[in-house]
Design a protein around this ligand. Structure first.
Ligand SMILES: O=C(O)CCC(=O)C(=O)O
Ligand SMILES: [Fe+2]
Length: 311
């Protein structure tokens, strides 16, 4: 190779190197990098992942809101009011809750009050009893489950001597305490809240259902099942896992999330009665479960008076 052609080759290879360098270098200098941009995109990615994990972990899950063994002084779970509930309560402005919720307390009703009420339920229900698993006793109307229908307990001679003035006064005091607790916790005027029907004792065992009244495990909305309910309260008169098995109370929420209350003697739960609080009672598998359902309405015309002792 001649000297001249060697020089030409070197020159050409230098030119190729230079043009390669030019290509790899950005036209307008180095592309600026923004560290904040990176942090933000990572944060968004992480939030996305956490949200997906959280969403999936909640779907089809059970939250034990109140365990039988725990003593709960006051626990609440705020939920969004349903439109059906809000639309109905527009008619009763001083009765509209600040927020819809479920509230549980073990410190409102004393054990001696609970015992008096448990004895009313046990003694009264002895005079009746459904053929199926669920029986009720309503002290206001006297309605008592019997076979596949209802009788009036006050029409049974012996049963007329069954209850005392003290029983009825405890019943009224307990109702008043719960009424005030509902008014306080939901931020409403206690005088705009009226006891309504049905307010009743229930006794549940594991007998197979005979009529629709026995199908307590079916999910329902109290305001639909019992027309006038706006606020539902339940007072448990005996203990899940000691006196009976099964029979836990379950709120059924979106995405199959269940929120469970295990009955405990003296425990009160209070909740708004609209479709924000769809619920059911688990089937009782053994033993006998006693509870008292006390219901309130905002509609004065649907109000009922305290029961009075006959005789
Ligand atoms: O006894 C319970 O725990 C709930 C009963 C109930 O859902 C009802 O009376 O509407
Ligand atoms: Fe209910």
């Amino acid at each position: 190779m001649s000297q001249d052609s060697k020089k030409l080759k070197r020159k050409n290879s230098k030119e190729v190197e230079l043009s390669n360098e030019k290509l790899s270098k950005p036209k307008y200098g180095r592309v600026p990098s923004f560290p904040h941009q990176k942090i933000w995109s990572r944060c968004i990615l992480m939030i996305g992942v956490v949200t997906i994990v959280w969403y999936n972990s909640k779907a089809g899950k059970e939250i034990i809101f109140a365990k039988q063994k725990d003593v709960i002084s006051m626990k609440n779970q705020i939920i969004e009011c349903s439109n059906d509930f809000k639309n109905d309560l527009i008619k009763y402005p001083k009765c509209m809750p600040d927020k819809c919720a479920r509230i549980v307390t073990d410190e409102l009703i004393t054990s001696s009050e609970t015992n008096v009420l448990l004895n009313i339920a046990i003694d009264g229900l002895k005079y009746g009893g459904s053929d199926g698993g669920a029986s009720i006793l309503d002290l206001h109307s006297g309605a008592l489950s019997k076979g596949s229908t209802f009788i009036n307990i006050y029409s049974i001679k012996k049963a007329q001597k069954l209850f005392t003035h003290n029983d009825f006064s405890v019943y009224k005091n307990v109702k008043n305490k719960i009424q005030h607790a509902i008014a306080h916790h939901f931020g409403i005027d206690v005088n705009k809240l009226y006891l309504t029907k049905p307010t009743f004792f229930s006794r549940i065992n594991n007998k197979p259902a005979k009529t629709t009244h026995d199908e307590y495990w079916l999910p329902h909305v109290d305001k639909i099942t019992y027309e006038h309910f706006h606020y539902t309260s339940l007072l448990y008169l005996n203990d899940f896992d000691k006196d009976f098995q099964g029979g836990r109370f379950i709120f059924i929420d979106k995405h199959n999330v269940n929120t469970t209350i295990e009955p405990r003697k003296g425990r009160v739960s209070m909740f708004t009665s609209g479709s924000e609080n769809l619920h059911a009672v688990e089937r009782v598998t053994s033993g006998t479960r006693y509870a008292l359902t006390i219901s309130f309405t905002c509609n004065i015309e649907a109000g009922i008076t305290d029961p009075v002792l006959i005789g």
